[in-house]
Write a protein that binds this ligand. Structure first.
Ligand code: NAD
Length: 402
């Protein structure tokens, strides 16, 4: 992800709206830091300083902010010292593995008045921006349901072995937190959660080729064991009750070869709206009494809708775009990086602050907790850690259980 974020910095620079200087990179594996530093030099024209320890990086007065792109389980150990030292933090999703960890990060940011932002990239995709505007304009009428599912896959290790270890960040949390952010972005606060999480593939094997054709992904693949036995859920099915009265379902099961099905559809009294997978620039379609209307026409229904300047420049002003994945991926990173730096420079809240990042994590943990105790759980119970049976062993290891 470090390498992909560098492409985000480069995309910002390319459109002439860069508001941030990448002055250093840090990784406990020196070769990874060196490789990202070389990529940064190539793309940004300046080689960043290389650090191998967060403590050394924190001492560097040239560094005002940290962009945390490390494994999910390490977000806490990297963010806390940085925030406590008064540095601002942009943290990759999932913000952390437990609610207590997220709370500790929020508290650290508050104590030094630092900006804490979470890199939720899917919501920044132009089709999601349009859909939010359409919902706010009342196109769907009374909203009943948001249906999301991403089903199908195989028994390969998904991206990294650590994503199949509970104490390092399960793939179900890793992926579903994207979708719970989307639920809350479009529909507002979640009130309660009911669900089940489970292991769909008890043994996972190394892939022949990586998920993305990037040097960093090839390098990582070479270091993977041939097979692993996951100790945590790779799948989750959840039902969310929203404060607005709307409901949402989420199914993520990365197993079962054949068609890999993605669905995001909104159902209201006035019609329904469908979207294609995030980061593809796919069509948004509304079907109501008068038939189907697609992206461009939908945009004309709300003349006040416009993409912000950074998004518009990165996507050529288009909501439905056709760009290579690496380019749209980098563009979404660029938008979140710009928003983070702008929040620091103009002393405002970032679009996704610590509270919002925590709620995306909490909603997924709500499924896991509900599955563990076999009853629906309220977000209040999750956010105050009144219900935490699933998370307790992780918090114990992190020293967060009092
Ligand atoms: N937003 C997205 O679309 C998206 C996509 C992929 C990954 N991610 C997120 O990015 C994060 C990283 O994922 P990844 O697949 O790149 O992981 P990875 O395991 O490939 O890379 C993590 C890097 O962090 C380094 N690291 C670990 N602990 C460290 C520490 N304490 N200090 C400094 N460096 C440390 C490791 O050495 C490694 O180089 C995760 O939170 C993941 O969920 C987000």
């Amino acid at each position: 992800m470090g390498s992909r974020h560098v492409s985000g910095y480069a995309a910002l620079q390319r459109i002439g709206l860069s508001n941030v200087d990448l002055v250093a990179v840090c990784d406990i594996k020196l070769e990874n830091a060196e490789s990202v530093a070389r990529q940064a030099e190539e793309l940004l024209g300046k080689k960043p300083t290389v650090y191998q320890s967060i403590d050394d990086a924190i001492k560097d007065p040239a560094i005002h902010a940290f962009d945390i792109v490390t494994e999910a389980f390490s977000h806490l150990e990297v963010a806390l010292p940085a925030l406590r030292a008064g540095k601002h933090v942009l943290c990759e999703k999932p913000m952390a593995l437990t609610v207590r960890s997220c709370q500790a990060m929020i508290e650290a940011a508050r104590s030094t008045n630092s900006v804490l932002a979470v890199a939720e990239n899917y919501r920044r995709d132009p089709p999601n921006r349009l859909v939010k505007a359409l919902i706010e304009a009342g196109l769907l009428g009374h909203l009943h349901l948001l249906n999301q599912s991403f089903i199908g896959g195989d028994d390969h290790i998904i991206i990294t072995p650590w994503r199949h270890q509970k104490h390092r960040g399960s793939i179900a949390l890793d992926i579903c937190c994207h979708y719970t952010d989307i639920v809350q972005y479009h529909l507002g606060e979640i009130e309660s959660v009911y669900g089940e999480s489970f292991i769909a593939e008890p043994v996972r094997r190394r892939r022949e080729t990586p998920e993305m054709d990037l040097p960093s992904y090839w390098a990582r693949l070479k270091q993977m064991p041939e097979k692993i036995v996951p100790d945590c859920e790779d799948s989750a099915i959840g039902f969310f009750q929203l404060a607005s009265g709307a409901k949402s379902t989420l199914s993520y099961i990365p197993s079962g070869p054949g068609k890999r099905e993605f669905q995001r559809s909104f159902h209201g009294r006035a019609g329904h709206l469908t979207m294609e997978k995030d980061r593809t620039g796919g069509i948004v379609e509304f079907t109501g009494e008068k038939g189907a209307i697609r992206t461009d026409e939908l945009q004309r229904l709300i003349p006040s809708f416009e993409l912000d300047e950074v998004t518009s420049r990165l996507f050529d002003g288009k909501v439905s775009y056709t760009l290579p994945f690496a380019q749209s991926d980098a563009a979404l990173m660029a938008i979140e990086i710009y928003d983070f730096a702008d929040a620091i420079l103009t002393n405002r809240k970032p679009e996704v602050d610590g509270e919002q990042g925590m709620k995306a994590v909490a909603a997924v943990l709500g499924i896991f907790e509900s599955s563990a105790i076999k009853r629906p759980v309220t977000m209040e119970e999750i956010l105050t850690s009144k219900v935490s049976a699933y998370q307790d062993s992780i918090d114990e290891e992190l020293g967060l259980l009092k």
